[in-house]
Design a protein around this ligand. Structure first.
Ligand code: SF4
Length: 264
């Protein structure tokens, strides 16, 4: 095989290949750097703030004020991060990011009461073998409901998808359900996407059938990546994400030429 496929897949890699094989190749196989973006860094800060809220504070302590304090700490901690530094924000830009992140953290409280939540895992790394594929994922939060059932919670800081794209987004969460089933021996009763911007919750209810379907779809993506590596063919797939793509200048769909693939 001329080009080595990645050693493992994550939900984001599955989504990347499905959205555009060429962007997947340039990012995952060629490992070309992608331009940092304010929305991505802001999302990282908000995730860090909510992680702190649940890691350091127990039931009854998780108030909006405490969460905003966690956000301040997260903003300070990210100050040295290369992605943040590369944004080159001035004081006004930093303040704007902090203000927008504070709105997202405030919106979180519109979606659930964190004092009613019983997490059993926070930023929980899971991995499992599906045939010859190693599947990895990091779950923002895994909760146990009062009835003992598990709930996967994923925070989203971008806009909630329209009804047309909702099922595509839920494909990623079914991978989390598959991982939980493989690692913990039971699939979660719910997967909840908390869209902090809108704010709205999208809930999926996994079943044996959806988990089995996800296993088949993930294996199919893995096979397609193997074929693309073997045939050295990663086609561009223009779509709405092209507006945010770091590789437009080298994309044939926009008159560019991708670099030669280098065998590894
Ligand atoms: S610009 Fe669009 S089609 Fe081209 S690589 Fe990026 S996502 Fe794919």
């Amino acid at each position: 095989m001329p080009f080595a496929p990645p050693r493992s897949l994550s939900p984001s890699k599955v989504a990347s290949f499905t959205s555009c094989p060429l962007a997947f190749r340039l990012s995952i196989i060629d490992r070309l750097p992608e331009a940092p973006s304010v929305p991505a860094v802001k999302g990282t800060v908000v995730h860090a703030a909510l992680e702190r809220l649940f890691s350091h504070f127990g039931r009854g302590e998780r108030t909006r004020g405490v969460a905003l304090g966690c956000l301040d700490e997260a903003m300070t901690a990210i100050g040295d991060d290369p992605e943040f530094v590369a944004l080159g924000l001035d004081d006004a830009g930093r303040r704007a990011m902090a203000d927008e992140a504070a709105i997202l953290v405030g919106n979180y409280f519109e979606l659930e009461d964190p004092n009613e939540v019983s997490p059993v895992g926070i930023e929980m790394g899971l991995e499992a073998d599906i045939g010859d594929l190693r599947l990895r994922g990091i779950i923002d939060r895994l909760d146990r409901r009062p009835d003992g059932e598990l709930v996967v919670v994923d925070y989203k800081t971008g806009r909630a998808p329209s009804a047309r794209y909702e099922q595509a987004r839920l494909s990623g969460v079914h991978i989390y359900a598959l991982l939980v089933e493989r690692v913990l021996g039971r699939f979660p009763a719910e997967v909840r996407l908390l869209h902090l911007r809108d704010p709205v919750v999208i809930t999926a209810t996994p079943s044996e059938q959806t988990v089995r379907g996800q296993r088949q779809r993930t294996s199919a993506v893995w096979s397609a990546i193997g074929r693309a590596c073997e045939q050295e063919e990663f086609r561009p797939k223009p779509g709405p994400l092209c507006r945010f793509c770091s590789f437009r200048s080298m994309c044939p769909a926009f008159g560019g030429v991708p670099p030669e693939l280098v065998a590894s």
